[in-house]
Design a protein around this ligand. Structure first.
Ligand SMILES: [Fe+2]
Length: 312
């Protein structure tokens, strides 16, 4: 760690351009430290500009639980947050902690972290030249978009319950002797879980108590300057009450604004929906969901297969 940070000091922690991250990936390190001294002046400036321009959008469109979370976490507007500071404010509320990762985390490991109240967190920040779109998560998406929600007890319990679904999936196929059938079934269940996560945690909307107004709780929207407005205001977006059978069969694409979003009434409902997901999984109703528009990532499927072979 000391050698790496010495070698890479001053080079910044910019997404796809950080030698510290490349080194960690080359060494097979998934969980890493946040070498705070590596952030460049430009990295902090990028955070400041991203954070500043979201303020009005958040106060207008974000769910009130998210706004409460922002108050709780006391981010410094001018600097990339230190994960240890984030955790100091967050852990006493819900037990959740942000945990630095080097990049891709296979699906089972990601869900498993949630079940242990850990949130795999990207520590790089997007290039300041292009604030708006990047295909991979960065610390602004993970910390400013996701983490404020993790201060809410009902939302946090929902995440933990959702994470536990991955263990249930692995347990359920453990006794299948046919490896191909185990793989096929896990692929289908994983598709269902990822769609649920996408249409709720990443892109969820909530109807407020008056029934008149829709607010945003999904992190993909909360971290997007353009899409947070589009998701609520645009007449081209289809918005429907969350229907589990629809969500688990609905594929999605990541490289454009979402044309279809689902609305919940509150996080207690979301928690109950995760309960139905569990029940449906046990009943075999996730074993044949509509295939995705692209092949499932091999690493994601392998992570579930490996977990299914472990004896707990
Ligand atoms: Fe995300």
């Amino acid at each position: 760690m000391t050698n790496v940070t010495t070698l890479t000091a001053g080079m910044g922690l910019t997404t796809t351009k950080a030698p510290y991250i490349e080194e960690a990936v080359a060494n097979g390190e998934m969980y890493i430290a946040q070498p705070y001294e590596l952030y460049s002046v430009e990295n902090h400036d990028t955070w400041q500009r991203l954070f500043q321009r979201m303020q009005n959008h958040w106060s207008r469109y974000a769910n009130e639980r998210f706004l409460d979370g922002l108050d709780t976490l006391c981010f410094e507007p001018t600097h990339v947050p230190r994960l240890e500071d984030v955790n100091r404010f967050m852990a006493p509320r819900t037990g959740f902690r942000a945990k630095a990762v080097s990049g891709f985390v296979p699906a089972f490991d990601f869900f498993d972290c949630l079940s242990r109240r850990e949130f795999p967190t990207t520590i790089t920040i997007r290039d300041g030249q292009s604030l708006d779109y990047l295909p991979e998560p960065d610390i602004f998406h993970d910390i400013a978009g996701h983490v404020p929600m993790h201060t809410d007890p009902a939302f946090a319990e929902t995440l933990v319950r959702f994470g536990a679904c991955a263990h249930l999936a692995a347990d359920m196929v453990r006794d299948l002797s046919d490896r191909e059938e185990r793989r096929r079934r896990l692929s289908s269940i994983q598709n269902a879980l990822q769609r649920f996560f996408w249409f709720t945690v990443e892109f969820g909307l909530m109807r407020d108590a008056s029934g008149q107004r829709v607010t945003v709780y999904g992190s993909g929207l909360l971290s997007s300057y353009g899409e947070i407005v589009h998701s609520v205001e645009s007449a081209t977006v289809q918005r429907y009450p969350l229907q589990l059978e629809w969500v688990i069969n609905q594929h999605f694409e990541i490289d454009h604004y979402q044309p279809l979003l689902f609305i919940v009434n509150d996080f207690e409902q979301l928690y109950e929906e995760v309960g139905r997901l569990e029940t449906w999984m046990k009943a075999g109703k996730l074993d044949h969901v509509t295939p995705g528009w692209r092949d499932m990532s091999e690493a994601d499927v392998e992570s579930f297969l490996e977990a299914s072979l472990r004896v707990r």
